[in-house]
Design a protein around this ligand. Sequence first.
Ligand code: NBP
Length: 488
Amino acid sequence: MDTTPSNIGLIGLGVMGSNLALNLNDHGYSLSVYNRTYTLTEHFMAQQAQGRTIQAAQTLPEFVNQLAQPRIIMLMVTAGRAVDAVIEQLLPLLNSNDIIIDGGNSNYKDTTRRWQELTAKAIHFVGMGVSGGEEGARHGPSLMPGGAVEAWPAIRDMFQAVAAKVDGVPCCQWLGEGGSGHYVKMVHNGIEYGDMQLIAEACHLMQHALGMDFDAMADTFAAWNQGKLESYLIDITSQILRQKDVDGSPLVTKILDRAGQKGTGLWTAQDALEHAVPLTLIGEAVHARMLSARKDERVAASLILGGLEAPVPAEQRQAYLDAIHDALYAAKLVSYAQGFMLMQTAAKQYGWQLPYGDIALLWRAGCIIRSRFLGDIKASFEREPVPQNLLQDPFFVVELQQAASGWRKAVALAVMQGVPAPALSSALAFFDGYRCADGSANILQAQRDFLGRMAISGWIVILRCIFTRIGALRLHSAHRVRRSSYEL
Ligand code: NBP
């Protein structure tokens, strides 16, 4: 039996853990693996790990003893209590300067707490966002590490080796202290929600407002993938639309229009509300999934309230298709600008120095939102001075101005035909609000002031009643004055 200390230990041999273990080993790193349920470890060792420099451990003490020191231990277990449970079991077995990396989809607030607790115990804790699913874990994920910077020199080469690469540049860079890695991963997931929703809305418009069949839609997405919209999601949408069921009908028509969610989009939207950042597009993407879940209610409502209008005449189709292309592109620009706005705001609050240009590069490969224009975002953050918001960057300004007329046309089409397009239209509303020097909030503020004055005057009447001892009847009418003033 090989007793050479392993370079890294991995806990959790589920979908992500087993694939990441193989990826690490492909790059020359020896591993020890541990899984709570040992039969899974046995299965992994007998199948995928055959003939590799991977050792199995049945217990955590055995696992920890197999590792080279200072130890590097990666957790790929379900986010939440499981992470705390594993850390608790590991702690008595570790020495100062050992490293624990949580590669799950942990909430950044949990990561910050764990980083603080473990720093106090001289353990270097890293929260690392891992994107790209099973395929990414196996052949090159996008990795977003943050936490104890002392750990970075020890883990950098290993994780940059296994990460996805673009022109030799690894999609793995240090992001900062505390929960910054998981924060960036959370925003990444939120942006993914937004991108997917925008594409779904474009499909819906093509199908219902333009009356296109699925092959024509697939051709359109394939063509769009050759231009500014080039991205993994546009590419797979083209492939999805072309797929046929065994009876020859488009496969998408057999899929229920009800989308689930694992929660990171919701976290992003909640976090934006907490940080007072108008992250409208991702918020709408989360709402759209929630509305999609009410399938039975929607079916009933369509019978009561009526459905969609008839598609526009075929001869208008191409002009509208061009408009939908521009709307999709412009709304995507807004979505990324909002995502970076959120990261910039959070970074200020938490004292992080997030490398924004590098973040754009981290997402160029190995993850679902990989796309051509992330290179343009990197270029924007390299400009001097860095614009206070991507929407004020010269590249964004030109692109948005060019797309604006088509964007409006596509949103107007959605409105007139009754096709829901909450992400495309909320992005446009945000854009118009953002570039509006004289907004409507003066009216809101005036209303607030008016209500406040009325409330104060109501209280003055009450106090007068009390001090002048006017009696119960008048006091009662003063109360009514106060209540009615609020109702204004
Ligand atoms: P799986 O569901 O495939 O595996 C979960 C692992 O967690 C198993 O090894 C399980 O052990 C272990 N575990 C649990 Br559950 N509770 C435990 C506990 N109390 N103590 C020790 N181990 C425990 O998950 P996965 O898809 O590999 O995801 C792992 C992490 O990566 C999650 O945080 C996930 O959100 C994240 N992630 C997943 C993807 C993806 O596409 N799947 C992508 C990116 C990130 P057992 O075998 O004994 O139950």
